[in-house]
Design a protein around this ligand. Structure first.
Ligand SMILES: [Zn+2]
Length: 118
């Protein structure tokens, strides 16, 4: 068991190094969308959203009568996409998730130390 955990940890360090830290939370939790624009185009509404963390933009085409989504297009923040590497694999996502939770635990420890509780 210990051996398995060690190898997963080592893998996390390798894989998370490939993801710029400013994108690690969005890659782990998904984007944090906020409203930008809404434009009307015939019978469709185009809803614009921007991620509050990484500034990726999403445009969702919505049927103005039914509300059905007709698809999304994205404008990614510079450096968000991994050129030539495609989407992250489940294993890569797990490694990044592990790196992020470790970073989170470190932040909690620093907070507790600052308050004199650890
Ligand atoms: Zn984002």
């Amino acid at each position: 068991m210990t051996r398995h955990l060690k190898s997963v940890n080592e893998q996390a360090e390798v894989d998370s190094a490939a993801i710029p830290p400013e994108f690690a939370r969005c890659r782990t939790f998904g984007h944090a969308w906020d409203f930008t624009t809404v434009t009307k185009k015939g019978n469709e509404l185009i809803q614009g959203l921007r991620c509050m963390r990484c500034e990726t933009e999403r445009f969702t085409t919505i049927n103005a009568r039914t509300g059905d989504s007709q698809g999304n297009s994205y404008s990614y923040a510079e450096g968000y996409q991994r050129k030539g590497m495609g989407a992250m694999t489940p294993r890569e996502r797990s490694a990044l998730r592990l790196a992020e939770v470790k970073r989170h635990m470190g932040a909690v420890q620093r907070h507790l130390r600052k308050q004199g509780k650890a």
